[in-house]
Design a binder for this molecule. Sequence first.
Ligand SMILES: OC[C@@H]1[C@@H](O)[C@H](O)[C@@H](O)c2nc(CNc3ccccc3)cn21
Length: 468
Amino acid sequence: CDTEWGGEDMTVSAEKSYEIQDSGVLTFPEGFVWGAATAAYQIEGAAREDGRGPSIWDTFSRTPGKVHAGHTGDVACDHYHRYPDDVRIMRDLGLAAYRFSVSWPRVQPDGSGPANPRGLDFYDRLVDELRENGITPIVTLYHWDLPQTLEDRGGWTNRETAERFAEYAAITHARLGDRVETWTTLNEPWCSAFLGYASGIHAPGRAEPALGFTAAHHLLLGHGLAVQALRASGAGKVGITLNLSPVISDDAEAAAIVDGLQNRIFLDPVLRGEYPADVVEHARRFTDWSFVRDGDLEIISRPTDLLGVNYYHPQTVAARAGEPANPVYPGSEGIAFGGADAPRTAMGWPVQPFGLTDLLLRLARDYPGTPLLITENGAAFDDVVEDGEVHDVGRLSYLDGHLRAAHAAIQGGADLRGYLVWSLLDNFEWAEGYRKRFGIVHVDYGTQRRTPKDSALWYSEVVRRNGL
Ligand SMILES: OC[C@@H]1[C@@H](O)[C@H](O)[C@@H](O)c2nc(CNc3ccccc3)cn21
């Protein structure tokens, strides 16, 4: 199968676009940043402690049928109380950086107005603990836990939410900015918009295709306004994290549609200051784009210092007459998804490391000049604790293959600055609840015991060597 990029005339055979060194020691550039990533709602617990307000995920997880077995983030990994132990695990693994998200409803319980000092106090404690253990904090300001009060006013379909987000960004940076240098505004606006508002699969559970585009724009506007606020507050490095997937297809039109809806609808506004014309046209059956106001794209494309890349797998698509639309890709009638001939993770996602190389090389070619940071890459497998150990060979192999793929991209000229494994801990996997485990550290949710898996021990050695 060839890898087709929509909008850019690049057709390469995924097997021939690079050569992964399949033997010998691979060394990453000096100063390459090795770390791990988590998110507030997925690990913190303490859902009502110290003044935290409800988020859309507190509401959604309590809505019957939305989350596996009615699981919620009420307790999760109890990281709110156990963070010193978790930082100690990171230190013992030798990690250099830790990406975590700040819970907006902890900082502003109603999403606006004065800060909740006890909410900020937790992140003070966490940042200090990280720095005392030689670990660089990397903050995500928004990882899907919108304060419910803002959703009650329309959430990301309401332009005012973008303005509230910028205020929240300023408040959080004012408290932590003296000790946190690297900030990303949003985690995966594609998920927030098209899982949350277009298809109903994620919180807040709205399922109107048109709302996906409206929400996407206001998320991007919130990103731009937050970048402005962070710069005004003296922030160091600022960026955004996008989940990006190369599209594999024999049909160029299908590939262009999916690449546009998944990748270019966010990459182009942020890095080029424009929506891709083909996506604007494609979406006209759902929206007139009247939510875009003069000056918005200038705000959205304020210069940034890094692009966070979340990669898990490519999208394999094919033209198939009569295929109904995939609800997370509005207007994708006639496009069949899936069909990759590859091993699968416990999520059913294909294991195709070459997609990471192709993605990074494409970003380097089409969006040059932006340093890249892999902010998430990892895999769920059904782990078993045996005599206090977890022999997660599937995850270890996934990570090994993807690090080799990342190295190939660096060799091919990609300006990749670091890799943050998803995830440090097993955690609340959104609609899947706790039944899917992505952690390199196992969590027994009954006892909260942490057990570093074989993948963690292997990763620690990779970090120590700065290579494979
Ligand atoms: O699903 C694993 C992680 C998730 O735990 C993170 O919170 C989130 O940032 C994340 N994004 C992806 C890739 N995008 C995605 C696609 C479909 C459903 C959920 C996420 C995977 N993951």
